[in-house]
Ligand binder design. Structure first.
Ligand SMILES: [Zn+2]
Length: 438
């Protein structure tokens, strides 16, 4: 009854193509487009109805970066810089350094004003608190030893709201070195370049055979942060989505399945937010024009999102934003199949949350692993990943979709998100992503 077609080895070929052949796929880049083309061609080969949904992003580049210790004279410290938070210009800045262990507002005072801030506690929220003191630059120390500095975009909206600031990242070891040598004065140069560019969602639809008006989305983002091959995050999830598309073309489905590779997730869920906005706008127009029956948005019953996958040594997780019976279904299936999932109700910081913010219940499947500490760094590579890990998740999701979407007589999950979870989604957009929900 639970016969599966999912082939982890086949999925692994897609993973390899995206992470190794194409490599880093930062949004708005030629490489992101190349990856989109690869997924598009595959969906077309399967016979899906394929659409490319383009949207605008602010892309950026770090043209040059330098972190130099002037007093004592220690020379250069390797660093990465965020392309979209602001730069120093070619001339750079020189200033005194101050170590900020806690970025809680009540522990800060004007002693840190106008300096270069060194901190191990950096979040979007802390950036906005630190900005009140008009620092020259912020240097974040990685939370763990033995990790290369992470590559992150930064958000132009925050810069517009809170001001421009160069933000650099250094290793845990270099953070310690700076503190040990009682550094007083630093020079920072970050030259950035910015442009409007296009990113895209790749959408492949398999029309349902008897309940085609009911739609289920199965998605994962294919973009990366700059310079990182993003094997686990998220060539892994994308490759499972591609293989699942193949599986259900073969098996068929009573309900419509929409397979989506999201663009620009790493810039702040841009692809899924754009998609959700469009669905919402269409629903409003539909209502205004007095359309009969349900809008497309109301017909999307569920979204599965796959983000961070493929680690051999690890465990399975599912985060749910939806009715209690959806959580129960994942838990029961986990027990029945003997595939352990850590199931919780709450936000997972990825594209499923954009869809849930417009009322679509979602399940975010992911693979937890010690190697996930390398996420967004150059060590998020194929090294930690194996086909077997894709197989585990792929089979589980195939069985879930077969029972509850492809074959179920009536759709088993109410299209409802409990108030407590809705609040959590609101807070996530407001406090963590610091963006307006769709
Ligand atoms: Zn991701």
């Amino acid at each position: 009854m639970n016969e599966t077609l999912f082939d982890g080895e086949e999925a692994f070929k897609h993973l390899k193509m995206l992470a190794e052949e194409i490599g880093a796929r930062p949004s708005g880049s030629e490489a992101e487009r190349k990856a989109a083309k690869y997924i598009q061609k595959y969906f077309e080969k399967l016979g899906l109805d394929v659409q490319i949904q383009e949207f605008e992003v602010t892309a950026g580049k770090v043209k040059s970066k330098l972190l130099e210790v002037l007093k004592p004279n220690l020379g250069e410290i390797p660093c990465e810089a965020m392309p979209l938070t602001g730069g120093t210009g070619v001339e750079g800045v020189e200033g005194e350094i101050v170590y900020v262990e806690s970025t809680d507002e009540e522990y800060l005072d004007s002693k840190i004003a106008g300096k270069i801030i060194l901190t191990p506690r950096f979040t979007r929220k802390s950036m906005n608190i630190l900005m009140k003191y008009k620092p020259l630059a912020i240097i974040c120390i990685e939370n763990y030893p033995k990790i290369y500095p992470k590559h992150l975009w930064g958000m132009p909206e925050h810069r517009e709201k809170y001001g421009s600031i160069p933000i650099l990242r250094i290793t845990f070891e270099d953070g310690l070195k700076l503190l040990d040598s009682k550094v007083e004065k630093l020079r920072v140069i970050v030259e950035t370049e910015e442009e409007k560019a296009k990113s895209q969602n790749v959408i492949g639809e398999l029309k349902g055979t008897s309940r085609d008006d009911e739609i289920v989305i199965i998605g994962g983002h294919y973009d990366t942060v700059p310079n990182v091959s993003g094997a686990g995050d998220n060539a892994g999830g994308t490759s499972i989505v591609m293989e699942l598309a193949k599986v259900f073309v073969e098996k068929g489905s009573r309900r419509t399945m929409r397979f989506i590779a999201w663009g620009a997730e790493e810039m702040g869920l841009r692809g899924s937010i754009f998609y959700a906005k469009k669905l919402k706008e269409k629903a409003e127009e539909f209502k205004k024009s007095g359309g009969d029956g349900k809008s497309e948005l109301e017909r999307v019953k569920l979204a599965l999102n796959l983000d961070v996958h493929g680690a051999m040594i690890g465990s399975n997780s599912a985060a749910i934003l939806g009715p209690p019976e959806l959580t129960a279904a994942v838990k029961l299936l986990s027990k029945e199949l003997g595939i352990l999932y850590n199931v919780r109700e709450g936000v997972y910081s990825s594209d499923g949350t954009s869809l849930s913010s417009i009322g679509i219940p979602s399940v975010s499947f992911s693979r937890s692993s010690g190697s996930n500490i390398f996420m967004h760094s150059i060590e998020d590579s194929m090294r930690w990943l194996r086909p077997q890990a894709l197989q585990i998740q792929g089979e589980f999701i195939e069985i879930f979709l077969t029972r509850y979407v492809a074959e179920a007589a009536a759709f088993p999950f109410e299209r409802k998100i409990p108030d407590k979870l809705r609040k959590e989604i609101e807070n996530y957009f407001k406090n963590r992503l610091m963006l307006k929900p769709p």
